[in-house]
Design a protein around this ligand. Structure first.
Ligand SMILES: Cc1ncc(COP(=O)(O)O)c(C=O)c1O
Length: 453
């Protein structure tokens, strides 16, 4: 089936038992030969092709994708304009190793990033191949620029699984189990979750939880284990992604900026999941008037091609030749896809994320009124989380219910994924329309009803 035949669909089409027979063969081979540590969800999708918001599996079932390959396919699957520039660039120059040679794509994208990132201009950009590599770059740069060795990170954060970023990551114990001591000196501190105050587990208000979390750093950490003059950087997500799609309050992020300014600490904002239009602005930092010193980017920037970037104030990224580089990072094909992606985002998809995101959020709030098991609906733009609880009197987390709902969505042709212990994340392609939302909400409602007894 050609991709063009699934693009005009209005609803998912499920024709076989899931997964179907061809899917089952591929899953069996995967289980035999592929890394078993991939954290796959309770349901098993075997994808064959994608177009727009639709994904077809190997057995001909078609799903409405509200996940976008974990916030990656920002312009939708195989956007024709992105496919065209990839094809044209692949026919012209695939690789030249930008660490040793020059080509126009690197300065073109770095100049564009200088224009759009929340880091004050002038900036410089290191090109990587993934989110974790962008974070590794930020960590190395902070060590190098400050001559300090300590870092502060947040409980519930996710920054990657390579050894440097793993020292920051703390959203699930499975990411750390068995790896013993960490390679960096990182102290984790509470993240200001207004639905679950990290100190009481109960709902709270933005001002209170922000004050508590900031005080924890200045009054406890800085006065006991972590002298501020030894801290190289604080690394934070404006909206925790893997931790459960939890937006921080504005006063908290502004407070972090002040702490950093006071003590000469660098503020690294990880926009790997929240960036590239997903929150209804190009970067989530813009919702908070936040000016990071360093920002990390990946996922949605390449519409599916592997590219990451670490963008820093130019005076910080002033290390010498050989200090950091990557053979594949900033590959011309990936950059061509990124430049086209940014053009499409600026050409309407960011505005669409804000508009359709508000529509989706309003629909999810209505479902919250209807279903006692929805504890919280939160997020910005098309980065929305729905947290499931046993009941609203106790707000006790309901991870098994969340897993059942995730699978029930899949069985109805809607692709969503969990985040955190008991939240379902909505991270659809930014081309999503109100019509898609209506179908998705109907399926989500059915899935909740069928799963909550
Ligand atoms: C905020 C954040 N940072 C870093 C990463 C790591 O990115 P990658 O999986 O591309 O290495 C992720 C991945 O989910 C992320 O959400």
């Amino acid at each position: 089936m050609a991709t063009s035949t699934i693009a005009p669909l209005k609803r998912p089409e499920i024709k076989t038992a899931l997964p179907g027979p061809r899917g089952q063969e591929i899953i069996a081979a995967d289980h035999k030969f592929v890394n078993p540590a991939y954290p796959r969800p309770t349901y098993k999708l075997v994808a064959e092709r994608g177009a727009g918001v639709w994904v077809e599996d190997v057995d001909g079932n078609v799903f409405l994708d509200a996940n976008a390959g974990i916030a990656v396919c920002s312009t939708g699957h195989c956007h024709p304009e992105v496919v065209k520039v990839i094809q044209e660039q692949a026919a012209q120059l695939i690789h030249m190793c930008g660490t040793d040679f020059y080509y126009r794509h690197m300065p073109d994208l770095a100049r564009k990033l200088d224009e759009i990132v929340p880091v004050p201009s002038p900036t410089r950009t290191h090109f990587a191949n993934s989110g974790t590599e962008a974070v590794e770059t930020a960590l190395k740069l902070a060590l190098h620029a400050t001559g300090r060795e300590k870092f502060i990170s947040f409980f519930g954060s996710f920054h990657g699984r390579t050894l440097g970023s793993l020292a920051l990551t703390s959203s699930k114990v499975a990411q750390r189990r068995g790896f013993r001591r960490q390679v960096l000196d990182v102290t984790h501190v509470p993240y200001p979750n207004t639905f679950r105050d990290p100190f009481t587990g109960q709902p709270t208000d933005a001002a209170t939880v922000s004050r508590q979390c900031l005080d924890w750093i200045t009054e406890r950490l800085f006065k006991t284990t972590t002298p501020p003059e030894e801290v190289a950087a604080i690394v934070v997500e404006c909206v925790q992604g893997e931790g459960g799609y939890v937006p921080a309050p504005k006063e908290f992020l502004q407070g972090l900026r002040s702490i950093c300014d006071e003590h000469g600490i660098l503020l690294v904002v990880d926009e790997v999941q929240s960036g590239m239009g997903r929150t209804g602005k190009m970067f989530a930092s813009e919702h908070y008037d936040l000016k990071p010193d360093i920002v990390t980017i990946a996922k949605g920037i390449g519409s599916g091609l592997p590219i990451g970037a670490c963008v820093a104030r130019a005076d910080i990224m002033n290390w010498k030749s050989g200090a950091h580089a990557s053979t594949f990072g900033g590959n011309p094909v990936c950059i061509a896809a990124a430049l086209k992606t940014i053009e499409l985002l600026e050409g309407g998809l960011i505005a669409n994320a804000a508009e359709v995101g508000a529509y989706l959020k309003a629909g999810l709030e209505k479902l919250k009124d209807k279903h006692e098991c929805i504890g919280d609906v939160r997020g910005l733009g098309l980065m929305l989380g729905v947290e499931f609880v046993a009941d609203r009197a106790t707000n006790q987390p309901a991870p098994e219910l969340r897993d059942r709902i995730e699978t029930a969505c899949y069985e109805r042709g809607l692709l969503v994924l969990g985040a955190g212990a008991n939240t379902i994340r909505w991270s659809p392609p930014l081309i999503l329309t109100r019509e898609h939302v209506d179908v998705a909400l109907e399926l989500f409602n059915d899935a909740i009803t069928a799963s909550y007894q």
